[in-house]
Design a protein around this ligand. Structure first.
Ligand code: CP
Length: 310
């Protein structure tokens, strides 16, 4: 049973498929019907790091289900400024709301919140660790576009060291027999523990430095931003800044006709805007899928899925 959504390590294949199915069902309901699903509930959003999509889509998703939103004030105006601990803050928010959505710069912060709170916690991204709500909307988008999650060939390109969306999605994909290409400069390659996990599970993967070495084989091109804010040494960032840029010239005619490009966004310069209106570009639709997917997540942790859909 899904009590909290903290890491893709915690979710079984059936639980992933159930939540994707629920999102599809919610999407098929009228706006009027949806307003009943979380009527009277309060969703807290605690963002200790910048966000546009995750925060706004959780809030929009909740409002469209009839819930109210309670947001942590800007850090400068909250009692964290006076020295209140993260744990005490969570205890307070637990008393004021029904679900806690938390983003934090430290790996493990969402897990700590879930161990502190008796109310469900959803991880909206913790450091370089996990971003399960992004992963579920990524899977939802892939399933909608490809009709299956099984046996796909997927390239992850860019910052694979610090990119939590990559760590989360790779973990989830282990259930679906993928072939994975990890394309990054050496200093930004996938963490060894993740590659070791794939090896033990018998998942096929290749480590590359040039996406052209796999471009003609892949079904999904998962581009990521180089995460400047996570580099301990800015000189290392300068060495890899702008290393991968895709545009119509280096994609069109060189990939499968039905390849899709995903990106968790925000992008900086790694996807040229000249790709935005091509059939490959799915990243804005992907972000929009955050609404039904996050609605399904909130309904699941509040055990409202069976009430409305049995
Ligand atoms: N994809 C994502 O997490 O975007 P935000 O940082 O804008 O929430």
């Amino acid at each position: 049973m899904v009590e909290n959504i903290i890491s893709m390590n915690d979710m079984k294949k059936e639980e992933i498929l159930d939540i994707l199915k629920l999102a599809r069902k919610i999407e098929g309901c009228s706006e009027e019907e949806k307003l009943k699903f979380l009527h009277g509930k309060i969703i807290s959003t605690l963002f200790f790091e910048p966000s546009t999509r995750t925060r706004m889509s959780f809030e929009s998703a909740a409002m469209r289900l009839g819930a109210n939103i309670l947001s942590l004030p800007p850090l400068e105006q909250s009692s964290l400024k006076k020295g209140e601990s993260f744990r005490d803050t969570i205890k307070m928010v637990e008393a004021y709301s029904d679900v806690i959505v938390v983003r934090h710069p430290f790996d493990g912060a969402a897990r700590l919140a879930s161990e502190t709170s008796r109310k469900p916690v959803i991880n909206a991204g913790d450091g370089s660790n996990q971003h399960p709500s992004q992963t579920l909307l990524d899977l939802y988008t892939i399933l909608e576009e490809k009709g299956t999650l099984e046996n796909l060939q997927i390239a992850f390109v860019g910052d694979l060291k610090y990119g939590r969306t990559v760590h989360s999605l790779v973990k989830a994909l282990t259930h679906f027999k993928p072939t994975i290409y990890f394309v990054a400069p050496q200093i930004l390659q996938m963490p060894g523990y993740s590659l070791e996990d794939l090896r033990k599970k018998g998942i096929k993967y290749e480590v590359l430095e040039d996406f052209r070495d796999c471009l003609d084989k892949i079904d999904v091109f998962y581009m990521t931003r180089i995460q400047k804010e996570r580099f301990p040494d800015i000189e290392d960032y300068e060495k890899v800044r702008g290393i991968y840029v895709i545009n119509r010239e280096n994609i069109e005619g060189k990939c499968k006709d039905d390849m899709i490009i995903l990106h968790p966004l925000p992008r900086v310069d790694e996807i040229d805007t000249d790709l935005d209106n091509t059939k490959y570009a799915l990243y804005f639709k992907q972000a929009k899928n955050g609404i039904p997917m996050r609605q399904a997540m909130m309904m699941t942790v509040l055990k409202k899925d069976k009430e409305f859909f049995l």
